[in-house]
Design a protein around this ligand. Structure first.
Ligand SMILES: CC(C)(COP(=O)(O)OP(=O)(O)OC[C@H]1O[C@@H](n2cnc3c(N)ncnc32)[C@H](O)[C@@H]1OP(=O)(O)O)[C@@H](O)C(=O)NCCC(=O)NCCS
Length: 421
């Protein structure tokens, strides 16, 4: 299957450092730097010395904060993003995060309203740009740091290339500094100085006919649509005994399971409390679906797998308006405690590979049942053990991971354990 992947259309080709008028003034590594140590690039500023002044904006604009508990604010942000956020290179698809998704993504434990930063036109108060930060405890190799996770940077299409993005980034940096946080993590399709890791997108078709009609997939040469539909058929029922939807009572066990699993990676979040797991992993209506395996004998939770819903608007298609995409999210299995030494010839740990294929296979069954057209995933965590067997195809897109003010050696894609929304 050939498929398109959503990615930012800006800056696919690498600029030289001198051409990065903004980024070459920031504490980020240069493109050609080979980093072998870890730590801040510039020292933290004493909090009382952080500027209290808002970053200067062109005079026709003003800063605002969006309160996602207020329906009007949430809807305004939705309207900005649904018309102006990330598109693929051919402008066929545009991310269409739902209002409920945005409320969920922007209000995790310890969220702050002053980190949900908008820009309005001063004269008519129209929202024309946005950037957000949420707190994340991120471990890079053996060091764990409280950072801000920056996301949903967006400037209205009519205001592009006016250097508004650097102003947004400076302001969110200042607001991070005010709260004593001097490091950040962010992702982009754009190539900026300098990715700590780059992961390729993969897509598992669940509704081949619609994907072909939308121009997301093509029928492989010498195949028919009927053959494609048969190829991508998923079983009606899940396969693992004890596989069921995650419930509130599972939270403490899932906290231990997922943190233990994330220890396998060099670049991973730490879920610190039950509240974190309750927020990020417990099913959230129309946003996140999570399943656990409860051992039928011991009643212990042995595995967890989850995915989230991120539809895309299909632009200018006469038949379809929306592509319903599920994205593979966090998972974990206690099979790792049973040893991963027994390996196939290619080095794949046998038990882990078998278990993850069962888990993701069952997640695909659920996603199909829920009406998703495609399951997307990145080549990170242990996804490489399942992508081929579960009939994911490589997409055109890549996602770059970046750190702000944190030197860190390159991280192999298989060692990335942070899934950003
Ligand atoms: C990304 C976006 C906000 C950039 O705004 P813009 O009007 O195109 O660019 P501006 O003139 O304001 O700023 C250009 C600077 O921002 C940088 N930039 C562009 N995209 C960026 C990104 N995703 N993250 C960080 N910096 C980015 C550019 O590299 C450039 O800096 P440089 O000169 O040092 O290289 C805008 O293109 C947009 O809203 N795109 C659609 C949504 C999107 O892709 N969001 C980013 C998701 S990661």
């Amino acid at each position: 299957m050939q498929s398109l992947a959503l990615q930012e259309s800006t800056g696919k080709e690498k600029k030289t450092m001198a051409e990065h008028r903004f980024w070459n003034t920031q504490p980020v590594p240069k493109h050609d730097e080979n980093i072998t140590d870890m730590g801040p690039i510039e020292p933290s500023i004493p909090v009382d010395q952080v500027s209290k002044e808002l970053t200067a904006l062109p005079k026709e604009f003003e800063w605002c904060e969006l309160d996602m508990t207020i329906e009007k604010d949430a809807k305004e942000l939705y309207d900005l993003l649904t018309l102006n956020y990330v598109e693929d290179d051919e402008a066929q698809f545009r991310f269409d995060y739902s209002v409920n998704f945005l409320k969920w993504a922007l209000q995790p434990p310890n969220w702050r309203k002053d980190w949900l930063v908008g820009v309005r036109v001063a004269s008519n108060k129209k929202l024309v740009a946005f950037i957000s930060a949420i707190p994340v405890q991120l471990r890079t190799f053996d060091k764990s740091t409280l950072m801000t996770e920056i996301n949903f940077l967006n400037v209205h299409k009519k205001l592009r290339s006016k250097r508004l993005a650097p102003v947004m980034i400076r302001e969110i940096t200042r607001r991070s500094h005010i709260h004593g946080i001097f490091q950040a993590v962010y992702t982009a399709g754009a190539v900026l100085p300098k990715p700590v890791s780059t992961c390729q997108y993969f897509h598992r078709s669940l509704n081949p006919k619609k994907l072909v009609e939308c121009g997301f997939s093509r029928i492989p040469q010498s195949w028919t649509l009927a053959r494609m539909i048969k190829h991508f058929k998923v079983p009606e029922k899940t396969s693992i005994p004890g596989f069921r939807e995650m419930q509130q009572k599972d939270v403490p066990e899932v906290l231990v399971l997922v943190n233990k699993y994330l220890e396998r990676f060099d670049f991973a979040p730490q879920f610190e409390t039950n509240a974190d797991v309750e927020h990020w992993i417990l099913p959230h209506k129309d946003v996140v679906w999570s399943y656990v395996v409860e051992d039928p004998t011991t009643k212990k939770i042995t595995d967890m797998v989850s995915f989230y819903s991120l539809p895309s608007s299909v632009i200018g298609n006469p038949k379809h308006k929306t592509l319903n995409a599920a994205y593979l999210f966090y998972y974990g299995t206690d099979i790792i405690s049973k040893g991963t030494e027994d390996k196939h010839e290619d080095g794949t740990p046998k038990l882990l590979s078998k278990r993850l294929n069962e888990l993701v296979g069952d997640a695909l069954v659920m996603a199909k049942r829920l009406g998703f057209d495609v399951m997307n995933g990145l080549q990170l965590m242990d996804n490489g053990l399942v992508l081929q067997q579960q009939k994911f195809g490589a997409g055109d897109g890549h996602l770059n991971y970046y750190l702000y003010n944190w030197r860190c050696p390159d991280v192999d894609d298989k060692k990335v354990g942070l899934v950003m929304l």
